[in-house]
Design a protein around this ligand. Structure first.
Ligand code: GRG
Length: 298
């Protein structure tokens, strides 16, 4: 077991992720330079890197090689970054601030933002498929498929469609959960599942249990995101606070109120921790990360 504190471990994963992303993105000097510069602007120098942290923490459970986890982390973070760029565009959430900087369509233009998202998504699939991330090529193919499903219309993009459709509507708790399991949850769940699969092949029961952990972490991430949107300020978040209420979006806070939303986050956290307990030290980072996601301030 590593002797690093959780904060130092987190810093080291964030640092190696930044380096790996910097290497996998095309150089800003490569033609077409404006597009490549904008891709690097969208991805580098910001963000908590929650999905890479989940990949690495989950990979520790199966003894995965860090270099393989870096590759999978980059793929997930590239897809996440593309989703933020498109989400911020005027045709979607229409936001001007992301990670404390002007959004990509503001800094560049709408057409560039659209292309940045397209190119980041395809780069993610190029990156995860061009070198081994596990021992079995067929398993790797299955992992690429899992990533595609998580990002697509049955995952994140589908969740975004439900989100756009739900503005101004009263959703039930079950409907809200379904939306978030797709929109935010699918990539977070994939981060845990893909991280585990980079190491020694887990048996079906272990994979099912860790998949449940990923699903629960995805939901609790969103519950906390809704609380922060209602309670934190724009400077702390690095993105516009209070947008959900301003846009009349159904959230855990609008449905439950802050204190019941907090209680739900704690309940989900405990569910994940209970599932991780049988893995002992191997799951320590994933357990710490789960607690961090509940307590995070931005
Ligand atoms: C455009 C296909 C498409 C999908 C967009 C994820 C998403 C779907 C939109 C983002 C909108 C949003 C603010 C959702 C709330 C949860 C969330 C994903 C927050 C941003 O993720 P963080 O907090 O961001 O991990 P950083 O900047 O730290 O990487």
């Amino acid at each position: 077991m590593s002797t690093l504190s959780f904060a130092d471990w987190m810093g080291s994963i964030q640092q190696r992720t930044e380096t790996a992303l910097g290497q996998c993105l095309p150089a800003a000097t490569l033609l077409p330079t404006r597009l490549h510069e904008a891709m690097r602007y969208a991805v580098l120098g910001g963000g908590k890197r929650v999905r890479p942290l989940l990949v690495h923490a989950a990979g520790l459970i199966s003894g995965a090689a860090p270099e393989r986890l870096d590759r999978v982390s980059c793929a997930l973070e590239l897809i996440h970054a593309y989703s933020l760029v498109h989400d911020d565009m005027p045709c979607m959430d229409d936001d001007t601030l992301r990670r404390g900087k002007p959004t990509v369509h503001v800094q560049y233009d709408d057409a560039t933002a659209l292309l940045v998202g397209d190119a980041l998504q395809t780069l993610a699939f190029q990156h995860i498929s061009e070198a081994p991330v596990c021992d079995d090529p067929l398993q790797q193919l299955a992992m690429v498929r899992q990533l595609a499903i998580a990002a697509g219309s049955r995952g994140m993009a589908g969740g975004q469609a439900i989100d756009l459709d739900s503005v101004g509507k009263q959703l039930s708790l079950a409907e809200l959960e379904l939306m978030h399991i797709h929109k935010t949850g699918a990539l977070i769940r994939a981060s845990v599942c893909l991280g585990v699969q980079c190491g020694q092949a887990p048996d079906a029961a272990a994979l099912e249990s860790l998949d449940h952990v990923g699903k629960v972490i995805g939901l609790l991430f969103q519950v906390v995101d809704d609380i922060l949107d209602a309670e934190a300020d724009t400077a702390t978040l690095g993105k516009t606070a209070g947008k959900d209420a301003a846009n009349d979006k159904p959230t855990y806070v609008s449905l439950l109120g802050v204190s019941r939303a907090r209680a739900l986050a704690e309940e989900l956290c405990q569910d994940a921790l209970d599932r991780l307990a049988p893995y002992g030290d191997a799951a320590q980072r994933l357990a710490e990360l789960t607690r961090y996601i509940v307590r995070r301030q931005f």
